[in-house]
Structure formats: C-alpha cells, structure tokens
Design a protein around this ligand. Structure first.
Ligand code: HEC
Length: 129
C-alpha cells in the first residue's frame, strides 16, 4: 500500500516534470519563431521615403552636390550642399519641387518625378539641424 502511494506520487511528479519540459520547449519554440519572423520582416521591409531619397540623391544629385550629412563641399563648387539647402529658411517641399521643375541654366534638366521629389524632400528633412 505504502509502496503504491509512493509510486503514484512519483508518477505524478514525473508527469509534472514532463509538462514543464514541454511547456519550456513550446515557449522556446514560440520565441524562436517570433525572432525569425521579426528578422524576416526587417529583411524584406521597404526602405523609408528618406532612405529612397538618399539613394536617389546619391545616384543622381551627388555628381554635383554634397548630398551626405556633414559633407562640407560639393564636387561642383557652385552647387549648394544638401545640408545647406535643407536648412535654408523658406525651403519647403513646394519650393524644392518648383526648383526641380523649372529648368535652370547651371543645373541641366534633371528629370525628377513627384514620388522622387517626395523622397528627396523626406531625405532633406533628415539633414535639418
Ligand atoms: C550637373 C550638376 C548638378 C546636378 C546633377 C544637380 N544639381 Fe542641383 N544645382 C547645381 C548647381 C550648379 C546649382 C546652383 C545653381 C545656382 O544657384 O545658380 C544647383 C542648385 C540646386 C538647388 C538650389 C539650391 C539653392 O541654393 O537654393 C537645389 C534645390 C538643387 N540644386 C537640387 C538638386 C537635386 C535634388 C538634384 C538631384 C535630383 C540636383 N540638384 C542635381 C548643379 C546640379
């Protein structure tokens, strides 16, 4: 009788241990799944407008303008650095758009569409002091 009780207590305890092991495994698995999902999400995440703007500026405008944050001088000395443009009082998205769509003798017709202007503007805002 005594042996039987001890036996069933043991069995009860070992079932408890099994449940705990399973629960731990389940939690670990859930955490891993979360981590993988988050990582995958950040890998496929679309670049932000400011990131697209920076890429565009680096590709198209950097030939003449200093486009990076803190870059002091432009390759073309008469082209204002983007940081200065960003901090020019009165410079707005509309002003930028107007500048980009009115031909300028010293700035050969750079084709920039509305989406690209939005992205450039988002990037310029990151350069504001
Ligand atoms: C081939 C050279 C060249 C390229 C490429 C170029 N620019 Fe310029 N940009 C200039 C020059 C030179 C000036 C100064 C013109 C002036 O003030 O008469 C200028 C002026 C500007 C200004 C006005 C700055 C101010 O002083 O207020 C803006 C805004 C501007 N550029 C934006 C851009 C953007 C955005 C791009 C890329 C899409 C770009 N530029 C590409 C040469 C260039």
């Amino acid at each position: 009788m005594l042996i039987f009780i001890k036996d069933s207590q043991d069995r009860g305890r070992s079932i408890g241990v099994m449940i705990r092991v399973w629960l731990t495994a389940l939690i670990v698995f859930a955490l891993c799944a979360c981590a993988v999902t988050t990582e995958r999400a950040s890998l496929t995440a679309e670049p932000s407008p400011a990131e697209r703007g920076r890429t565009f500026a680096t590709r198209i405008c950097a030939e003449c303008h200093a486009v990076a944050d803190g870059e002091p001088a432009s390759p073309n000395f008469s082209a204002t650095p983007f940081e200065t443009i960003a901090n020019t009082p009165g410079m707005t998205r509309i002003a930028l758009n107007a500048w980009l769509h009115t031909g300028h003798p010293t700035m050969p017709n750079v084709q920039v569409d509305q989406d690209e202007t939005d992205d450039l503007w988002a990037y310029l805002l990151t350069l504001r002091d």
